[in-house]
Ligand binder design. Structure first.
Ligand code: PEP
Ligand code: MN
Length: 338
């Protein structure tokens, strides 16, 4: 259930509602909006009684939420959320491009990538330091050394850093360096990791699992949100289907529907979505045209020698061109390049 407070409701009136929720053995989650605060209720097995809340001064309305993903649903909050990351905001009309190599390989490589993507208009630097690889023999990332290079690249360029956290053991370490914690496709249903991330104060980029439905993505986001971390950004990155001509099937239809179901920002990853460099720019344009809140794109100064995902990484020149093309599309979909 959702309790909508009257505009201008006082802290005391909000606390009164939260105390009443606690008294029923349930959890209250304040969701501050531009004009008024709403309070989501979770923890109930059956319907929550409305009467105890209707009589409280400060309460405008009580609304039942029919979806199993509650706090992240549009029913809970009609207005699109802007997720704050440092001095940036993602969502609600501001289109961000996150770019960089699949993996951090050396200081020189990440600096070259960071300089190039910053120059072309990206606001976030991506790069994996802890890499979940299909083969145990493949490059596993530079780990803490890679995180340090990312932090140096942030200092150098002012870009925000988004990097993957693979497990709960390294969460504190990764959170120490990252501006945004990326949860990879393989971990979308790692519920202990989602719960742990829910308890820390760092924005999260949650990627869709390879075989996850849109509803399962939202349930995964609900794990993070209901544990207290409301700064969640979702990412469509393609799903596994019977098609083998592309690395994944970039589910732009699913993304459009996802965006209508949640107030959280949704970005798209055309690099993993198609997996073939020459098609990445057109998939990026398509995603922007469908309506998303940003992109995450793999860019490598020398893709042919990349230690991971070189086949889908753009050169800096290709990236620059992609950015120019996006600038033409964004006004049509009422988005502003951040
Ligand atoms: C990545 O971003 O490089 C990555 C491993 O992505 P995903 O988890 O979507 O496969
Ligand atoms: Mn990759």
């Amino acid at each position: 259930m959702l309790i909508v407070m009257k505009p201008g409701a006082t802290e005391g009136q909000i606390t009164e509602v939260l105390d009443k929720i606690k008294g029923l053995g349930l959890q209250g989650h304040p969701l501050p909006g531009q004009e008024r605060t709403a309070i989501g209720i979770t923890g109930n097995q059956g319907p929550v009684p409305k009467e105890p809340f209707d009589s409280l001064t400060g309460v405008a309305q009580t609304i039942s939420v029919s979806q199993p993903y509650k706090l992240v649903s549009r029913e809970m909050q009609g207005e699109s959320t802007r997720v704050r990351v440092g001095d940036q905001e993602v969502g609600g009309g501001l289109f961000h491009v996150m770019a960089g190599p699949c993996s951090v390989e050396s200081r020189e490589q990440i600096f070259r990538a960071a300089d190039a993507v910053a120059q072309a208009g990206a606001t976030f630097l991506r790069g994996g330091a802890f890499k979940p690889r299909t083969s145990p023999y493949a490059f596993q990332g530079l780990k803490e050394e890679g995180l340090r290079y990312l932090a140096e690249a942030r200092e150098r360029t002012g870009l925000q850093v988004v990097t993957e956290v693979k497990d709960t053991e390294t969460l504190e370490l990764v959170a120490h360096y990252a501006d945004v914690l990326q949860v990879g496709a393989r971990n979308m249903q790692n519920y202990s990791l989602l719960e742990a991330i829910g308890k820390i104060d760092r924005p999260v980029l949650l990627k869709r699992g390879m075989s996850a439905t849109v509803k399962e993505v939202l349930m995964a986001a609900e794990y993070i949100f209901s544990n207290g971390n409301q700064r969640v950004i979702l990412c469509e990155r393609g799903i596994r289907t019977y098609e083998t001509a592309t690395r994944n099937t970039f589910d732009l239809g699913g993304m459009a529907v996802l965006r209508s179901m949640t107030h959280l920002p949704v970005i798209a990853d055309p690099s993993h979505g198609i997996g073939i460099r020459r098609f990445v720019p057109s998939m990026a344009r398509a995603a922007a045209a469908v309506g998303c809140d940003g992109l995450i794109v793999e860019v490598h100064p020398e893709p042919e020698v990349a230690l991971s995902d070189g086949q889908q990484s753009l050169t800096p020149e290709q990236f620059e061109q992609m950015m120019d093309e996006l600038k033409a599309i964004l006004p049509i979909v009422h988005q502003t390049l951040a």
